[in-house]
Ligand binder design. Structure first.
Ligand code: PLP
Length: 393
């Protein structure tokens, strides 16, 4: 019933099952990009089993031979229902565009909003695909700097200071990868006011909306007022909550008809939705059937976050931002080394594969990003290795 990775181990703590041997014996890029003696922390893919409900939906679709051309309307209806209920935007199926994951909408946002030399505001640090997406129209990125020593606060005055008559688009990632912040309503209202006052389009990536710590609530920017809703496209997916990145499915909502027409025009024929199989799994991930999962994954993530805090606190010269959302920690190592040097040292000496902080912009210098969505046993091994590697710096 369970694949090899979880063999004989599925009683007890469902989210705490991962072992190095089990992960290496199973498919997945994360554990196979580096030699087997390296523990991978670089990719934001969780080391958790896949929910039985999702597997059943996929198997049933194959059994029913749901492999012909098919209409994606029922999936868009299920997405619109979820968006109306959870994200508080009154959406219909016509307001939804299904894409292969959450990266194509970044590209579409730039195509929709920008011409050459237009400016796109993007936080630094920021998930790196936003940085590459903004290049497609010959537009220019303008950095909205976030600082670790300010707790990665989204400084609205700083944002105001970088808006120019050429600003056409603001990229928002909330919860934020890699800063681990969940935006407050005040921060979101600050962004909304600037966008509305200056008629700037906004693309919001809310892929991490379920991964919130300490009882925080997710607020969808576009739900704050009809004025900001008109300017905003919002994107969600399933890969982070459910560990199904391989299904390659994301969905974008834009209730402004003109914006949705433009997104459809720019995506027509080159981004033709996603597969029937991915769409077969969508309903269980959108309705209430996996509410138990959303609850239990967070119980486990609270446990491993506390483990990380405790172990990081024991390491000299290491500071880190509080983790409010996502399962990505972003510690800073004050050892006089660049992120690239730290990455190399951890890989070669520690046998740990992080991502370098500067992959996310210049503000990430001296930092490493690590995915903590794994078992306590693996994380303890990670910190044992990290401690020994740092002692050699
Ligand atoms: C903020 C953010 N957006 C988009 C993506 C890409 O997601 P997907 O693989 O579901 O397209 C990631 C992946 O880590 C992410 O962290």
């Amino acid at each position: 019933m369970f694949p090899y990775r979880w063999k004989g181990m599925y009683s007890g703590d469902f989210f705490n099952l991962a072992t190095i041997e089990g992960m290496l014996g199973a498919p997945g890029l994360k554990w196979h990009e580096y030699p087997p003696d390296v523990i991978p922390l670089w990719l934001a893919d969780p080391d958790f089993p896949v929910a039985m409900e999702i597997k059943k939906a996929l198997i049933n679709a194959v059994h029913d031979e749901d492999l012909f051309y098919s209409n994606d309307l029922p999936t868009r209806e299920a997405m619109a229902e979820k968006i109306t209920r959870r994200n508080r935007i009154e959406a219909t199926a016509d307001d939804i565009l299904i894409t292969q994951g959450v990266i194509p909408p970044m590209w579409l946002a730039v195509r929709h909003a920008c011409k050459a030399e237009d400016e796109v505001i993007v936080t630094d640090p920021m998930y790196h695909h936003f940085l590459s997406a903004q290049k497609v129209a010959g537009s220019k990125p303008v950095a909205w700097n976030l600082r670790l020593e300010e707790g990665y606060r989204f400084d609205i005055e700083r944002l105001k200071g970088i808006v120019t008559p050429r600003t056409r688009l603001i990229f928002v990632c909330n919860p934020h990868n890699p800063a681990g912040r969940v935006m407050t309503e005040e921060e979101l209202r600050g962004i909304a006011d600037i966008a509305v006052d200056n008629e700037i389009a906004v693309m919001v990536d809310e892929l991490w909306e379920d991964i919130l710590f300490d009882g925080r609530q997710h607020i969808t920017l576009a739900s704050l007022s009809p004025e900001i809703e008109r300017l905003t496209m919002t994107t969600w997916g399933f890969s982070k909550t459910f560990g199904v990145a391989g299904l390659r499915m994301g969905y974008t909502c834009a209730t402004d008809e003109e914006m949705m027409t433009s997104l459809r025009m720019h995506s027509a024929d080159c981004m033709r939705g996603t597969s029937n199989l991915a769409r077969a799994a969508a309903p269980v991930m959108l309705d209430h059937r996996l509410d138990w999962w959303r609850r239990d994954i967070m119980a486990h993530l609270h446990k491993v976050r506390d483990l990380c805090y405790n172990r990081l606190d024991e390491l000299p010269g290491v500071t880190y931002p509080e983790l409010e959302g996502t399962y990505l920690m972003f510690p800073r190592f004050d050892y006089g080394k660049t992120s690239e040097e730290l990455y190399e040292h951890m890989l070669n000496v520690g046998k740990l594969a992080f991502s370098a902080g500067t992959d996310y912009g210049s503000q990430g210098e001296g930092q490493l990003r690590m995915c903590i969505a794994t078992s306590e046993a693996i994380l303890n091994e990670v910190f044992d290795r990290m401690e020994r590697a740092l002692a050699k710096l």
